[in-house]
Write a protein that binds this ligand. Structure first.
Ligand SMILES: N[C@@H](CCC(=O)N[C@@H](CS)C(=O)NCC(=O)O)C(=O)O
Length: 209
């Protein structure tokens, strides 16, 4: 049985949603972000202490995008969440799968740190403004893709949508959603209507549903 360590608001949502889409059994093991370094079971999987982490039998791993790639490669033989490598959609799939983290959510970590952890005079510093600017420059590629197709890899839902949608939710929690174009809001609504998304949300954030 797969175990995902970490609950709302962490990137644990990505593997949880993927597992719900595939109908693979799993458990969510909550980790308190403030006390995580004292959580010996979790630290055994991720000694660096960031979330999420995952265990699948003897496998222990970190990084939500790596987990999506692992889940797809090991458990998605029917290509429900990723096109095959020789499919025309594969390049877009790879691009947006990674852009959701390296081009979107990773920049927002800087904004989170400045907003919630920095001293007052550092909250709106050059670094956080640059991170926001980079987030919105990469987001323009998502908007451009939505002008051509309903989803990140084209016509079909994939793990690239899971990756990008998590980053958009993170931006909303930081108060940045009022700068989203209508195509982004419409895309989020469409993805949130998926039954697997609703089930994942209930597991990730039990009080929210
Ligand atoms: N690229 C990593 C980023 C992991 C990450 O930044 N996790 C956040 C929570 S979503 C965290 O644990 N932050 C606290 C820290 O890094 O110490 C992934 O996709 O899993």
């Amino acid at each position: 049985m797969i175990t995902i360590y970490g609950v709302e608001p962490t990137r644990s949502f990505r593997p949880i949603w993927a597992l719900e889409e595939l109908g693979i059994p799993y458990t969510v093991r909550p980790v308190d972000l403030r006390k995580r370094m004292e959580d010996s079971e979790f630290i055994a999987v991720n000694p660096a202490g960031f979330l999420p982490a995952m265990r699948d039998g003897s496998v222990g791993m970190v990084d939500s995008i790596a987990m999506l790639e692992y889940i797809v490669a090991r458990h998605d033989k029917e290509h429900k969440l990723a096109p095959a490598a020789d499919d025309d959609a594969f390049a877009l799939y790879q691009q947006f799968l990674h852009l959701g983290e390296s081009g979107l959510a990773a920049y927002l970590n800087i904004v989170v740190a400045c907003r919630f952890l920095a001293p007052a005079e550092e909250k709106e510093n050059f670094g956080t403004r640059a991170a926001e600017r980079m987030f919105f420059s990469r987001l323009s590629l998502v908007s451009r893709q939505l002008a051509r197709a309903p989803m990140m890899a084209g016509e079909g839902f994939t793990a690239a949508d899971i990756s990008v949608i998590y980053a958009l939710g993170m931006a909303e929690r930081l108060g940045l959603a009022d700068k989203f174009g209508p195509e982004i809001a419409e895309y989020r609504e469409r993805m949130a209507a998926r039954p697997a998304y609703r089930r994942a949300l209930a597991k990730w954030s039990p009080q929210a549903v």
